[in-house]
Design a protein around this ligand. Sequence first.
Ligand code: 5GP
Length: 210
Amino acid sequence: MPPMNEGIMVILSSPSGAGKTTLVKLLSERKGFVTSISHTTRIPRSNEVDGKDYYFVNIEKFQKMIDGKEFLEYAKVFKNFYGTTKFAIFEELNKGNNVIFDIDWQGTNQIISQKLKNKLLTFFILPPSREELFKRLSNRDMKDKLIAEERMKQFDKDVLHWEDYDYVIINNDLEVCYDQISNYIDCEINKKKSTYNIDQIKKHIKKLMY
Ligand code: 5GP
């Protein structure tokens, strides 16, 4: 176990539609992880709450925060800026709390390259198939279908970043997926060998990319 005053950092990333948001929620509820709340310049969705899902800020404020070096990492994703501030994260980690991040591959690479003293585990979540991903991304009307097609194109680019991560997880079933992530985290913390099978993952990725 790491010393009590050093929390670990767990990053979950996934191409849009792979089911990561629910997994973050489960890890927070069942394993007591503190969820990192990002700042974003994106417009809030109807079900989102400022200060809970994100801190919604305008581009001027975000730029000021960049200039003030407030971010541990930040990136432009789908035309909007997203960033993780240093202050709240280090406060939690120094209290001994473990922190979970829902950020993209650009932010993940920025955090990896900083080589912080806290243990860092990175997970890349993938959908079971292209067909299932398209189904998850599209709703009934044509506008959603067009957005889904755009996101599928983005998926083809994002999936290439799987190699940057410690673990790749296939989200066929949410509970199975949660158990896998939870098990890998416990194995890492307790320095035990896990059953992670990289060959199976490589086969799945080949299938996803055609
Ligand atoms: P959404 O707009 O759907 O909430 O998020 C879009 C993407 O931005 C997701 O892939 C999410 O993981 C990523 N994201 C959210 N917050 C951050 C952040 O603070 N930094 C980075 N780099 N990506 C983020």
